[in-house]
Design a protein around this ligand. Structure first.
Ligand SMILES: [Zn+2]
Length: 95
């Protein structure tokens, strides 16, 4: 009995070291920044209830989560082309 549980715990520790085993298909996150925002990923589509996302279809909350969760996101949801374009535009603006 206990050896079964010990085996499962050891397996869980190994799995936790290998985030690429997991693909997030659906997730809702409460993001605490200056204000609280709810970020959702569903079927590779991101959404956030902040005003910036409404205008740009991406925001700092989504981009932060894309970085945090990158090993566990499908390639499509990892970074949409729109996000890459938005980041390039920002970098060009800053340089
Ligand atoms: Zn946002």
């Amino acid at each position: 009995m206990y050896s079964d549980m010990i085996h499962k715990i050891e397996k869980a520790k190994r799995y936790a070291q290998e985030p690429d085993r997991v693909t997030i298909e659906q997730l809702q996150v409460r993001f605490r920044g200056g204000n609280e925002h709810v970020v959702v990923i569903k079927n590779d589509h991101w959404s956030c209830d902040c005003h910036f996302f409404h205008d740009w279809q991406t925001c700092s909350h989504v981009m932060a989560l894309q970085r945090l969760l990158a090993p566990m996101l499908s390639h499509t949801s990892e970074t949409s082309s729109h996000v890459e374009v938005a980041e390039e535009s920002v970098l060009l603006t800053l340089t």
